[in-house]
Structures are given as C-alpha cells and as structure tokens.
Design a protein around this ligand. Structure first.
Ligand SMILES: Nc1ncnc2c1ncn2[C@@H]1O[C@H](COP(=O)(O)OP(=O)(O)OP(=O)(O)O)[C@@H](O)[C@H]1O
Ligand SMILES: [Mg+2]
Length: 334
C-alpha cells in the first residue's frame, strides 16, 4: 500500500552533476540502461532533481517509474529525508483521506489517538503518488487544494498544518484518455505535470534488453555466490522478444530461469510461450532454418508443392524442375 524509506545521500552535489553529465554511463542512480532513450531520461532526471518541481511520470507498466521516482529523490536535496510511496489504487476509498492527511484522536470510531498521515511522514522529503488515476475524484480535489496552498488539516481537526513535500506522481495510463474518462481531473494533472516525463517502453531502448538481462544475472550471481551464464540461444531470445511487460517481465524471466537452470540459463521454460514460437510461414511460403539438413528441406519443398497443385504430379515436377520419374522416386521414399 505504501512504503517509507530513508537513505543516506552520500554523493555530494558536485559529484552528482558530473555523473549526470557523463555520456558513457550504463547506469544512473538506481537505473540501468545505456540507450539514447535512457540517456535522455537521465538528463531529465538530473535536471529536475535539483528543483522542487512536481513531476508526473507516464509510462507502461514495468518501465521503472518507481525506480525513477526514488532516483529523483536520492539526487535531490531532500535525499536525507523520507521517500514515502503510496499506491492510490491499493487504499480503500473511504480510508484514503485519513491515510494521506492523518486524523485527530476521536475523529471517528476507533480513532484512539492522533495519527499522522503520509503527507506529514514525508515532511521535508518526497511523496510518491503512484497510480494517481485510481484516486477517487473528491480526493483529487482535496489533493489539488493542498498542493496549491501548502496547508491541510487532519481528519477531525480544525487546525491547519503546513506541508513541505515534493510530489512525484505516476500513471501507466494515457493522460488524455484518463482525463477524458474522468479518472484524472485536468486541473490536478496540470498541477502535477509541471515537469512531465514520458518513460520509454523497453522495446524502444536499443541494446538495453541485453544489458539489463546481464545486470539481473550478475545481481543473482553476486547474491548466491555462483557464476551462471546465459546460453547463446537464451540471449538470442532475449534480444528478439518485444517485452510487453517491460523491465519487470525481463527481470522475472531471468529470475525464474536462474532458479530452474543449474549452470547455463536457457529460457525455454521461463519465456512466455508466444515468444518462443517460430514466425508462421506466409501463405505460399516455407520457413527453413539455417543449417537444416538438405534432405529435410527437399522433402518439405516437394510435399508442399504437391499439396499446392492438389496432388497433380506432372505440374509439381514441372514447378520443381525435376523429371516425373525423380518425383515418383522421392515420393516412394517418403
Ligand atoms: N532501468 C532499470 N534498471 C534496473 N531495474 C529496473 C529498471 N527499470 C525497472 N527495473 C526493475 O523492474 C521492476 C519494475 O519496475 P517498477 O516497479 O519501477 O515499474 P513501474 O513503471 O513502476 O511499473 P507499474 O506501472 O506496474 O507500477 C522493478 O523490480 C525494478 O527494480
Ligand atoms: Mg510502479
């Protein structure tokens, strides 16, 4: 539902800047990737982290929005304070107000004592509002008011409290559609999207799939003290699949293969089935694998042509450029 964490920001601002300006990096903050798409993302993160601007992360599920939010926090001057993450879709609508703003003792049945909300927990730090489109509409109105005024009162309280939080929000929905379908209020969207960041899907990060797969394998090896490797075929599969579930899907596939394979990781059992299927032959075409025995290729060509000519051997022999006798001999063999 939510998480609160605090990290020591050991990197000094000057070091952070030079890290952000480096061209040849394979990672930035908590993120791995060296593609031009990620390079551009790193530049945006580095720029916005130095500011207090609200950030809206928009990208498909599993693209790393959570890690990006944490990286922005860690690179900001708020790094020493809390990073509080809330998944708006995971909190029951009637509890969300008290969860965000806290409540005073006796404000409702069961409120035995005063309780601080996520806004106050995140004081001085960063509040990450994940799946913002899942927040009930009336709470979106309240949230906007708080962001505009910098003040709120706890549920059941009559005193206003000042807030000092940096807000980062995220959604995996298309913004225009979310606004049109009333899942996100337009006024709140404009307030959150002072600095919008579009997070690229994994299929648009050339070269990063293999880099990430090797990174996840290295992490698993380091954690277990082993030295497993990918098979060549596994790497080919990793490169050729489109990864609709993005980095999360890739990470899960590598983790499952790591558990299943003793030394060399093959992915036949862990990849989604459609990823392993050979591309279907186009109508009127045959698919031959490189290195396939010639006799097999010949057999497939003869039988498919015979089928095409509906069993007419003369037309088949003519089409294949062999004598009728040769065709008969081959068919007898088959
Ligand atoms: N660039 C990256 N480098 C390393 N790990 C990554 C990267 N991007 C994502 N991951 C890992 O992939 C998984 C999914 O990432 P994350 O939870 O940040 O995605 P998300 O965009 O927030 O997804 P959702 O929309 O479903 O909440 C996590 O385990 C995360 O650590
Ligand atoms: Mg997320």
């Amino acid at each position: 539902m939510s998480s609160i964490c605090k990290r020591g920001g050991s990197t000094r601002p000057q070091q952070k800047r030079s890290m952000a300006d480096r061209k040849d990096r394979k990672s930035f903050g908590l993120l791995y990737g060296a593609s031009p798409a990620m390079e551009s993302l790193y530049r945006q993160i580095a720029r916005v982290a130095r500011t207090e601007a609200a950030v809206l992360l928009v990208g498909e599920s599993g693209t790393g929005k959570d890690l990006i939010a944490r990286t922005i926090h860690e690179q900001s001057k708020r790094a020493e304070a809390h990073f509080v993450a809330i998944n708006s879709g995971a909190i029951a609508p009637h509890l969300i107000e008290a969860a965000l703003f806290g409540h005073e003792k006796g404000s409702f049945t069961g409120a035995m004592r005063q309780q601080l909300g996520y806004f106050e927990h995140a004081s001085g730090g960063t509040l990450f509002l994940d799946e913002i489109t899942e927040m009930p509409a009336d709470m979106q109105v309240r949230l906007l008011r708080v962001l505009e005024s910098g003040r709120f009162s706890r549920v059941g309280g009559d005193r206003e409290v000042g807030v000092d939080v940096r807000v980062i929000a995220a959604t995996n929905r298309d913004l225009e559609t979310a606004v049109r379908e009333r899942n996100l209020r337009a006024d709140l969207m404009y307030r959150l999207a002072v600095f919008p960041i579009g997070v690229p899907p994994l299929r648009e990060r050339s070269g990063d799939v293999e880099l990430l797969a090797r990174h996840f394998l290295a992490m698993l090896n380091a954690a277990s003290g082993q030295s497993k490797v990918f098979s060549r075929h596994a790497l080919e599969l990793i490169r050729s699949y489109s990864w609709p579930g993005n980095v999360r899907e890739l990470k899960n596939v590598v983790q499952r293969a790591y558990i299943l394979c003793p030394q060399t990781l093959v992915l036949e059992e862990t990849m989604p089935h459609h990823a392993l299927r050979k591309p279907a032959a186009r109508e009127g075409h045959l698919n031959f694998c490189i290195g396939m025995p010639l006799a097999d290729a010949q057999r497939q060509a003869i039988l498919a042509t015979l089928k095409h000519y509906q069993g007419n051997k003369r037309l088949t022999a003519e089409a294949l450029g062999v004598s009728l006798k040769t065709l008969y001999n081959r068919l007898k063999e088959y």
